[in-house]
Design a protein around this ligand. Structure first.
Ligand SMILES: Nc1nc2c(ncn2[C@@H]2O[C@H](COP(=O)(O)OP(=O)(O)OP(=O)(O)O)[C@@H](O)[C@H]2O)c(=O)[nH]1
Ligand SMILES: [Mg+2]
Length: 368
C-alpha cells in the first residue's frame, strides 16, 4: 500500500519516539537496529511520496546577488520589517496570517542587490503541511540566509521554530560533516575514515538500510545517526541564520533578552523595532556580513570614471572577479590596477591571485 506523506511523517515521528525510548538499553540492541531500519525505510518512502505531491513548490524567481528569507510566527513583524529594509510594500496588520503569499523585495546595501522574501507566518506543525508551511519551508531552504523575526515578548516561539525546522531536517548554523561514499560492485562496506563518533556497526547498518551494500566510506566530522541518515538520503539542509528580535520598543529589557537568547542558542541576535526603524540599518549590515559577500567596483581602462559594482564572495581574487565579468577575459588577463582597501597605494598593479577587499576599485588589463 502506498502511504501518503502525512501518514509517513507521523510514522517517522512515532518510530523516532520509540527509538529514543529504547536507545540506551544494551539488551535491546537488535530491537534498536530494527527500528532504525524502519525509520530509514519510512524516510525513503517519504522521498518518493513527496515527489508525488503537487503544489508544494516554490515558484518565486531568485534574482540579485543573494537571497534572504524572513521566517517567524504570525504577527512577529516580518512584513513591517521588509517594508523598512527593502523596496516593497507588504501588507501589515494587527491580526495573524496577514501575509498569505511569498512577497519578494530587494534590499540594496553597499550596492549589492539582496533579494528578501517576506513570508506567511509559520505555525506549529508547519512541517506536517499546516498553514501553508511547506511553501515557506521550501523558500527558506533555497535562501542563502534566514532572518528569524521574533517578537521580543514571545521568545518561546524560537524554540518552536527550531523544532519545526529540525523536523524537516534543516540544520541551523551547523557545519555539515563531510561524507564521501564511493559505491563499489563488491566487497561490502569499508570504512576508511570515521570521525563521526558512531560505532562502525551502526554506520554499516544505516548504509545497508539506505540500500548501500558495497562502498568505501569516509566520514570527516561528528554526526548523529539521524544526521547521517538525513545527509546520505540527501534530505539534510544546512542553513545560516540570525535573529531579528523585533518590537524592542515594547520591552525595556531588550538587550538582556537578546543576550540570553543568543547565548542559549548560539546565534547572533539583534534587537530591532521595525515600526520605529531602530537598528534596522544595523540589521542590513549584519545581513550583508553574514552573507559573506563583498562589493568591488570595476573601472574601465579608458572611458571615464564610471564604476560598475560587482558582488563577490569574501576571499575572492582578481581572477575570480575576471571570471565573473566575462569567462573569456580570464585567459587574456595580464594584471589589474587596484585602488582601495586591498591596495598598498592607488593604482597598484597586481596579479590574478591578489585577494580583493570590499570597496576596491579595479581595472582589468588584458594581454595585447
Ligand atoms: N510595537 C511594535 N509593533 C510592531 C513592530 N513591528 C510590527 N509591529 C506590529 O505588529 C503587528 C504585526 O505586524 P506584521 O508586520 O503584519 O507581522 P507579520 O509577521 O508580517 O505577520 P503575518 O503576515 O500575519 O505572519 C502589526 O500591528 C505591526 O504594526 C515593532 O517593532 N514594534
Ligand atoms: Mg506579514
Amino acid at each position: 500500500m502506498v502511504q501518503d506523506k502525512e501518514t509517513l511523517e507521523r510514522r517517522i515521528e512515532e518510530l523516532k519516539e520509540e527509538y529514543s525510548n529504547t536507545k540506551d538499553n544494551k539488551k535491546t540492541n537488535y530491537h534498536v537496529g530494527l527500528i532504525r531500519m524502519k525509520i530509514a525505510q519510512a524516510k525513503r518512502d517519504l522521498v518518493v511520496a513527496s515527489k508525488k505531491i503537487k503544489g508544494d513548490g516554490f515558484f518565486v524567481k531568485k534574482t540579485g546577488d543573494a537571497t534572504v528569507a524572513l521566517v517567524g510566527f504570525p504577527s512577529a513583524g516580518k512584513s513591517s520589517l521588509i517594508n523598512v529594509i527593502a523596496n516593497t510594500r507588504s501588507k501589515t496588520a494587527q491580526y495573524a496570517f496577514t501575509t498569505t503569499q511569498i512577497i519578494p523585495g530587494t534590499m540594496v546595501y553597499k550596492d549589492a542587490h539582496i533579494q528578501v522574501f517576506d513570508m506567511p507566518g509559520l505555525i506549529e506543525d508547519a512541517h506536517l503541511g499546516k498553514g501553508g508551511g511547506r511553501m515557506v519551508i521550501a523558500a527558506a531552504k533555497s535562501a542563502d540566509l534566514i532572518v528569524f523575526v521574533i517578537d521580543i515578548n514571545q521568545i518561546h516561539q524560537f524554540e518552536k521554530l527550531m523544532k519545526e525546522l529540525n523536523a524537516l531536517e534543516i540544520n541551523i548554523n551547523k557545519k555539515k560533516p563531510y561524507i564521501q561514499i564511493s559505491e563499489q560492485i563488491t566487497g561490502g562496506i569499508r570504512l576508511e575514515v570515521n570521525k563521526s563518533g558512531l560505532p562502525e556497526e551502526d554506520i554499516k547498518e544505516i548504509l545497508t538500510g539506505l540500500g548501500i551494500h558495497n562502498a568505501i566510506v569516509s566520514i570527516w566530522g561528528g554526526a548523529s545517526d539521524d544526521e547521517l541518515i538525513s545527509i546520505i538520503s540527501g534530505r539534510a539542509v544546512y542553513l545560516r541564520a540570525i535573529v531579528a528580535l523585533n518590537k524592542m520598543d515594547t520591552n525595556p529589557d531588550h538587550d538582556k533578552v537578546a543576550a540570553e537568547l543568543s547565548k542559549k542558542y548560539s546565534i547572533d541576535v539583534l534587537p530591532i523595532s521595525a515600526t520605529n526603524r531602530t537598528n534596522t540599518d544595523k540589521l542590513k549590515e549584519r545581513i550583508y556580513e553574514e552573507l559573506g559577500i563583498i562589493t568591488v567596483y570595476l573601472k574601465p581602462r579608458m572611458g571615464g570614471d564610471q564604476l560598475t559594482p560587482m558582488v563577490l564572495g569574501r576571499g575572492a581574487t582578481v581572477g575570480d572577479a575576471a571570471k565573473k565579468f566575462h569567462t573569456q577575459i580570464v585567459d587574456e588577463l595580464k594584471c589589474a590596477f587596484i585602488s582601495g582597501p586591498s591596495a598598498h597605494f592607488a593604482n597598484e598593479r597586481v596579479g590574478t591571485s591578489h585577494t580583493l577587499k570590499g570597496g576596491d576599485v579595479l581595472t582589468f588589463i588584458k594581454n595585447k
